[in-house]
Design a protein around this ligand. Structure first.
Ligand code: XMP
Length: 315
């Protein structure tokens, strides 16, 4: 059985032994990187510099809230708005693995810059077991390259520190509670962000559409769950599809895009089953999406695929 207090003690000692100098942590504000930052900060204090990159593919208000979180945790931090750069680098890119590689490499480029300026030698990442298992080891096929693994260049100047690499999500949440990390119950959000929830080119305009749709799905599901109309799924979001369909907008023919609602139950992200959202909640979500995004979206569908054969994210 996993024992959070023993893990914290051992990990802190191990970090103090291996990290001799300044370290940088890629701080997304999710459970994994926040727990990792709390742990490493406990071990080496201000020698740790948290870097949050706003890639432009973050959820609504996410980067703003992450900045607040780094302040609340008294972290030594840097906030980089790189959204314009990211949008430019994904121009005309539609292949999911290419998107992941480009985003991962850009992260490393930015971290390398900070590392050079600050004379940093270590890169701390909140990688957990499913991230590297699914990115392909010696015996495994690459299902998808999780950005914090697959995006790393072969030759990297920074030494990698991954204190959570053998843990699964439920264990990381236990650690989070033990370390009083405020985002302990936050749902997972992939490193490449909304870019992999947009099938096809992740333009700024299409990103704004999926950002708004994700916010609506989150708000309505969290509201329904707080009113005890349903239990909170393990993960829940919206995906923008690369197809168009015919509909009506006002009294005119419309040819608009499609949003898929995805909500899943899982233990460790290695497998999942789709969640049962009550029909009246789906109805509210669908109406809100088409009312708010009516010029672009005229159809909403509900994903009823388990993993396997699907994966949780669509790319
Ligand atoms: P999949 O789509 O592989 O997702 O079934 C499993 C879990 O991992 C999240 N995910 C990622 N997390 N970097 C991450 O840190 C990534 O590149 C990445 N891709 C997927 C996904 O949201 C789900 O919780």
């Amino acid at each position: 059985m996993f024992k959070p207090t023993a893990f914290i003690k051992e990990a802190t000692e191990q970090i103090q032994k291996t990290v001799k100098g300044k370290a940088l942590i890629a701080f997304s504000g999710g459970v994994d990187s926040t727990v990792c930052a709390a742990l490493v900060n406990k071990a080496i204090g201000d020698q740790l510099i948290a870097v949050h990159v706003d890639t432009g593919y973050m959820r609504k208000n996410e980067s703003k809230n992450t900045k607040k979180l780094m302040e609340e945790m008294n972290l030594n931090y840097r906030f980089i708005d790189a959204s314009k750069e990211y949008y430019a680098s994904l121009k005309n890119v539609t292949d999911p693995e290419k998107k992941r590689k480009i985003i991962g490499e850009k992260f490393i480029e930015l971290f390398d810059e900070v590392a050079n300026e600050e004379n940093i030698q270590y890169l701390v990442q909140g990688t957990i077991a499913p991230d590297w298992i699914e990115s392909g080891g010696e015996l495994r096929d690459t299902i998808k390259s999780h950005h914090n693994v697959g995006g790393l260049p072969e030759k990297m100047n920074l030494k990698l520190v991954e204190p959570l690499r053998d843990l699964y999500k439920d264990e990381v949440r236990e650690l989070a509670r033990e370390l009083h990390v405020s985002v302990s119950e936050k749902q997972p959000f992939p490193g490449p962000g909304l870019a992999i929830r947009i099938m096809g080119e992740a333009t700024p305009k299409r990103t704004d559409i999926v950002r708004e749709a994700c916010a609506i799905v989150e708000e309505e599901i969290e509201k329904a769950s707080s009113e005890k109309k349903m239990t909170l799924p393990w993960q829940y979001f919206a995906v923008l599809l690369p197809v168009k369909s015919v509909g009506v907008h006002g009294d005119k023919r419309a040819y608009g895009q499609v949003i898929a609602i995805r909500a899943v139950e899982s233990m460790d992200a290695m497998s999942c089953s789709f969640s049962t959202i009550p029909h009246d909640i789906i109805d509210v979500i669908s109406n809100r999406i088409t009312n708010t995004l009516g010029h672009d979206i005229n159809r909403v569908v509900y994903d009823v695929t388990n993993k396997p054969p699907g994966t949780i994210e669509w790319e």
